[in-house]
Design a protein around this ligand. Structure first.
Ligand SMILES: C[S@@+](CC[C@H](N)C(=O)[O-])C[C@H]1O[C@@H](n2cnc3c(N)ncnc32)[C@H](O)[C@@H]1O
Length: 215
């Protein structure tokens, strides 16, 4: 990954800001409570991938209370925090180059990570997440709610950071085009300390059909 690649900005940014982000991460905000849409559909011991797990608190930790969790992140500082906090298998990997076998996970969760990936990768990433789910498996994803091509901020928790995403109708269309059934979706207002008023994200529960129709 070259230094001009925005993914390098994101990885370096979270390596430097991991502790500050964790200190500000909300534990019982509406985004966290929304995870229940997934939790109530999973059997105990389900195998769940947390894509962009960060420090693992509160999402991977909540999942790990009743399920088997694999957390993936490309920030070594985030993974070090997660290792000390969450009983999960933790893997250092770029989400745009996921290396898991197909049809293995009962669910995949991703909070506030896909929005940091250049959106030209989003179609391929959704297809990769779809592939690694078992038929009937669920994806619970935080995606963009508004159209944002390339956005840099030089002072996000004191570091340079990058975001890129599509708007909500485009994201729902991409999920359906990938093959997902959209089960539930909502706009959830951001809860981090310095979020602009009214800012928020699209949260989606989507399902890989139990029976895949082949043409
Ligand atoms: C805003 S933090 C969210 C962490 C956690 N999911 C949470 O809800 O608190 C975003 C995380 O996504 C990770 N991330 C962003 N882009 C990634 C990529 N291309 N591959 C792997 N991890 C990525 C970052 O390193 C960071 O830990």
């Amino acid at each position: 990954m070259s230094e001009s690649d925005p993914r390098a900005t994101v990885r370096l940014g979270y390596d430097r800001a991991a502790a500050a982000y964790l200190a500000d991460r909300t534990l019982t905000s509406p985004d966290v409570l929304a995870l229940d849409h997934l939790l109530r559909r999973l059997s105990p011991g389900a195998l769940v991938l947390d894509a962009g797990c960060g420090a693992g608190v509160p999402i991977a930790a909540t999942l790990a209370a009743t399920h088997r969790v694999v957390g993936v992140d490309f920030s070594t500082a985030q993974l070090a925090l997660a290792r000390a906090r969450v009983p999960a298998a933790l893997v250092c990997q770029d989400l745009t180059r996921l290396g898991f076998a197909p049809d293995v996970f009962d669910a995949v969760v991703s909070y506030y990570a896909i929005i940091h990936i250049p959106r030209l990768f989003h179609t391929g990433l959704l297809a990769a997440l779809y592939r690694l789910l078992k038929p009937g498996g669920y994806a619970f994803l935080c995606l963009g709610a508004v159209d944002l091509d390339d956005d840099f901020d030089d002072n996000y928790f004191g570091v340079r950071m990058y975001w890129s995403h599509f708007d909500a109708p485009t994201n729902l269309g991409l999920l359906r085009a990938t093959g997902f059934e959209v089960v539930w979706h909502d706009f959830i207002t951001d809860s981090l300390g310095d979020s602009p008023p009214g800012a928020g994200h699209l949260f989606v529960l989507a399902r890989k059909p139990a029976t895949i129709q082949t043409p």
